[in-house]
Ligand binder design. Structure first.
Ligand SMILES: C[S@@+](CC[C@H](N)C(=O)[O-])C[C@H]1O[C@@H](n2cnc3c(N)ncnc32)[C@H](O)[C@@H]1O
Length: 246
């Protein structure tokens, strides 16, 4: 299958030249629907609720981190399956410092492009624009690579968040074009194999996003779940107790 990246109007897009009906992928943190979403109460977002305690502390630089602007703080969260960065952005808007890891170089390029454009699109003094820039400044994208390797190089986080790809039962149902395109980019390796057992050893808390009626990831039973409109957030207690949360 042919997959192409192209630039148009200073934006990076991904498409499948042989399947134009599948549309295009582009990361835009300033799109109106998303801006409207962050202008409302973020505490009502299921993904925000699932992370629990709102971060209280300011981050400080950590010299050992392999990312550009690393954080070690009680407010540090690792999004180990960053994808197009939407959940990470909502969480950063809610005050978290989010380290993002994405294994696909193509998705990583889209995400990096969206984050850069979002930071440059300032000038407006609207509260949503200011919130967008503040949130993006709390998001730190690691070099493209598997979280199975990258997570081991990061300082501990309060929470590790996993939203691995879920195999669609009905591949012909292209309900969400973004999801279809993402799935075409990946094989089995995108399903999040082995991420949960590792994450549980690295953080005090792990949150896994699942479709509402799906089995828990790796059939490991969570200690609690929070249900959103279309997704479920399974919550696990990790075994890393080194980080003391006030
Ligand atoms: C469903 S998408 C995540 C969507 C994301 N939560 C959002 O809001 O945009 C899953 C992503 O996880 C990535 N992924 C899966 N396994 C990974 C791994 N071991 N390391 C890093 N990224 C991984 C895939 O490449 C894919 O882009």
């Amino acid at each position: 299958m042919r997959i192409e990246l192209f630039h148009q109007n200073e934006r990076l897009y991904l498409h499948l030249p042989d399947e134009p009906e599948a549309g295009v992928l582009c990361v835009d943190f300033c799109e109106p629907a998303l801006q409207h979403r962050i202008s409302k109460a973020l505490s009502a977002e299921a993904v925000v609720k699932a992370m629990g305690q709102r971060p209280l502390k300011t981050a400080t630089a950590h010299p050992l981190n392999s990312c550009e602007s690393p954080m070690v703080t009680a407010a540090h969260l690792i999004d180990a399956t960053a994808g197009l960065g939407l959940d990470a952005f909502i969480l950063a808007c809610a005050g978290w410092h989010v380290t993002l890891i994405e294994q696909s170089p193509l998705i990583h390029a889209l995400l990096a492009d969206g984050m850069k454009r979002g930071m440059q699109s300032g000038g407006s003094d609207s509260s949503a624009a200011l919130l967008t820039q503040a949130a993006l400044s709390r998001m730190h994208l690691c070099s493209a690579g598997s979280s199975l390797d990258v997570m081991l190089t990061l300082p501990e986080a309060q929470v590790i968040y996993l939203d691995p790809m879920f195999p669609d039962r009905d591949k012909s149902a292209r309900v969400k074009k973004n999801r279809y395109l993402l799935q075409q980019l990946h094989g089995e390796e995108a399903l999040g194999n082995n991420l949960l057992p590792l994450a549980l050893t690295l953080a005090r808390k792990v949150v896994v996003k699942r479709p509402l009626r799906a089995l828990p990831l790796d059939n490991i039973q969570p200690s609690a779940s929070i249900k959103g409109k279309t997704s479920r957030f399974d919550i696990y207690a990790g075994s890393n107790n080194r980080l003391m949360i006030p």
